[in-house]
Design a protein around this ligand. Structure first.
Ligand code: MN
Length: 271
């Protein structure tokens, strides 16, 4: 099995080293991660500038590369340069990723990028309590989760959160009932207004959700859907297609037309 390890905390995160070391027991491992922290980068890609891909010394002699881009960039470049990647493991993120924070997570996005490119993705996160989390203590639990999930070739994208001392593993849905972001106003040294986008503590988690199970000491495992369509809403519209009168069916754009359009665009740039 060929495993690519990435994250959003950056190439020097101890959580990345832990995940790469544990993954090493399951197959060939290569690390491709951001050169600096890109937490909350979500699934953004760098489409307006080129990217570098630099060989980097890494723990246990594991081959590693750092990219001056986002987590999704790292997985795109990693899967381009390292052929036949089966699974991308992302993390272990230093900080949990549950509930609506999944929308912002670069950790999940790296795994998501793998799924979009035809591989599978598993994202790992753990809370930071005090100075630093007990990553060594987490190693056997990461291994246990990989034992469980790596054979599940039917699951394309999975999100995992590990409490410090887990009592078990719980398959759960993402909590979507509440949002944990808030805007905190303050003043800069010149008394001008500034703002922090901060995280609030949520209470009262709905049963069967990631936040609910995590609070009870379980490792949470959530299979993630790759589509955003509200499947329940779609059949409930009054009219699935609304045709406008007197409009001819458009001709489909052919490849040759696209090339002509590219030439037109290039000509416009030269001017
Ligand atoms: Mn992070």
């Amino acid at each position: 099995m060929r495993l690519l390890i990435s994250n959003d905390d950056g190439i020097y995160s101890p959580g990345l080293a832990l995940l790469a070391r544990v993954a090493h027991k399951f197959g060939d491992v290569v690390v491709v991660a951001p050169d600096a922290e890109r937490s909350s980068a979500s699934h953004s890609i760098s489409s307006t500038r080129p990217l570098s891909y630099k060989k980097t010394a890494f723990a246990d002699g594991i081959p590693a590369y750092r990219v001056d881009g986002t987590p999704a960039d790292c997985v795109a470049l990693g899967m381009f340069n390292q052929r036949n990647v089966d699974v991308v493991l992302s993390g272990v993120n230093l900080g949990p990723n549950m509930g609506n924070s999944l929308w912002h997570s670069g950790t999940l996005a790296a795994a998501h990028q793998a799924a979009l490119l035809g591989a599978r993705g598993i994202a790992f996160s753990t809370p930071v309590i005090g100075e630093s989390p007990d990553l060594e203590g987490l190693a056997p639990y990461v291994e246990r989760v990989l034992d469980l999930l790596l054979p599940r070739t039917d699951l394309r994208l999975v999100n995992v959160n590990l409490p410090a001392r887990p009592r078990g593993i719980h398959w759960v849905r993402q909590a979507i009932e509440q949002y944990d972001g808030e805007v905190v106003p303050a003043n800069d040294p010149y008394n001008r207004p500034i703002y922090w986008i901060a995280v609030t503590q949520l209470r009262e988690h709905a049963e069967g959700t990631d936040l609910w199970a995590f609070e009870r000491g379980y490792i949470t495992v959530t299979p993630i859907d790759l589509g955003l369509t509200d499947q329940a809403a779609l059949p409930n519209v009054d009219q699935a297609v609304i045709e406008f009168p007197d409009v001819d069916e458009p001709e489909l754009l052919h490849e040759s037309d696209r090339e002509t359009m590219d030439e037109v665009e290039r000509a416009a740039l030269v001017k």
